[in-house]
Design a protein around this ligand. Structure first.
Ligand code: UD1
Length: 387
């Protein structure tokens, strides 16, 4: 029996690991899948565990209000030592670029446990942006024994850094597996505010912000741009699920609180959120995952960052990096609202990130690596652009 332990801690990791855990569970006879959550996020994580019916074997419950990187790193490292020494899995699976990800890879390495890195090889090549994620992902790549690169570009990045090609599998991104499982036509929201919005006649702008490098001044600029857009364009309506971080909340409240055309709501559960992406006109976000989800749903995304580790959708034309300066954010948003041709060009649905079978390929790769199967999975190849 191959014992595999998935370790994650934040909401996006949980969303992207869920399809993989479900796929591993199909091989009960030969693979034992255990889940450990650090709970770097609490409420936001628990929603996803419940949606996908995942019951962790271990919960380190590390989150504290106002936690910093030292807190997360220290609590995770010591918490995982205990779990991994008791469980001694044959393989630890981590996802992406959070501090949970890097520390879980480090703890596994200290105990000489092989590590599989899901969503490996994304790079901005800027150590400070996103901070600390770029370095978290890089260091996890150095420690990993198996690298599941979502795209050919991510694979190239790893190979150029000297990662052995036999350890790299191009799988597509599991975010698309998750998306296909939860987006439904005619989906009804539980929140009445979201059902009352006239999606056909107004232009709904969905906004999210949480990145550490945007806290403070850059976020204030973004919110002022939003205020300008709603004042200038009568049809624009903003829906903004506000991240739980108090440092985000205070500035949002100061700049956007009480505005009629701006709906400030609690962070949404995953299923309503991606269904809302599907109903919105466009998305403004500093998140990574939304840059992968929205293009699949044919929605333009303006990325509120100066760098992205996801250039594929930028090249395909559905995602544009606009940074955080007020004029740029307001200008690009208004251009999308007023120039139909420009909008339609960006709204062409593309799927550079996956076909819904990434989890299958990852499990095949694990079975191949461990000797359970002689068959190496074929690489994921993106389909051509379509309307
Ligand atoms: C973390 C990840 C980031 C990922 C993001 C997704 C790191 C360094 N950052 O950033 O890569 O994109 O998660 O959201 O690993 N909070 C709650 N309840 C929750 C979640 C958060 O109250 O359910 C509050 C806490 O006060 C916490 C703060 O939000 O202190 C920030 O959370 P933290 O995990 O430290 O950083 P994120 O900005 O969420």
């Amino acid at each position: 029996m191959l014992k595999v332990m998935a370790v994650f801690g934040t909401r996006p990791e949980a969303i992207k690991m869920a399809p993989l855990i479900k796929e591993l569970e199909k091989y009960r006879g030969e693979i034992e899948c255990r889940v450990t959550v650090t709970a770097q996020h609490r409420e936001m994580l628990d929603q996803v565990l419940e949606l996908f019916g995942i019951e962790p074997a271990h919960d380190l419950n590390i989150m504290r209000q106002g936690q910093n990187l030292f807190d997360i790193t220290g609590r995770t490292l010591y918490g995982l030592r205990r779990v991994l020494e008791t469980e001694l899995p044959d393989l630890v699976l981590v996802h992406g670029d959070t501090t949970t990800t890097f520390v879980a890879a480090l703890a596994s390495f200290y105990l000489q446990i092989p590590v599989g890195h899901v969503e490996a090889g994304l790079r901005t090549f800027n150590k400070h942006s996103p901070f600390p994620e770029e370095i978290n992902r890089h260091l996890t790549g150095v420690l990993a024994d198996l690298n599941f690169a979502p795209t050919a570009r991510a694979r190239e990045n790893l190979l150029s850094e000297g990662v052995k090609s036999a350890s790299v599998f191009v799988t597509g991104n599991t975010v698309i597996d998750a998306l296909l499982a939860v987006v439904r036509p005619g989906y009804r929201f539980a929140d009445p505010v979201l059902n009352q919005i006239d999606y056909d006649n107004s232009r709904v702008i969905l906004v999210t912000t949480h990145r550490r490098e945007n806290l403070g001044g850059p976020m204030r600029e973004i919110y002022r741009a939003l205020r300008e857009v709603t004042e200038a364009c009568p049809c624009a309506e903003v829906v903004f699920p506000v991240h739980k971080n108090p440092a985000v909340r205070s500035v949002v409240e100061e700049e956007l609180g009480g505005l009629k055309k701006v709906h400030l709501i609690e962070p949404m559960d995953y299923q309503p959120f991606v269904n809302l992406v599907g109903r919105s006109y466009l998305v403004l976000s500093d998140s990574g995952g939304i840059q992968e989800e929205a293009p699949s749903l044919g929605k333009p995304v303006l990325v509120l960052r100066d760098t992205t580790e996801r250039p594929e959708a930028v090249e395909a034309g559905t995602v544009k990096l606009v940074g955080t300066a007020r004029n740029a954010v307001a200008g690009e948003t208004m251009k999308l609202l007023s120039d139909q041709k420009h909008y339609e060009k960006m709204a062409a649905a593309v799927n550079p990130y996956g076909d819904g079978r990434a989890a299958q390929r990852i499990v095949r790769a694990i079975r191949f690596w461990s000797g359970l199967s002689p068959e190496k999975p074929a690489d994921f190849l993106p389909a051509k652009k379509h309307r």
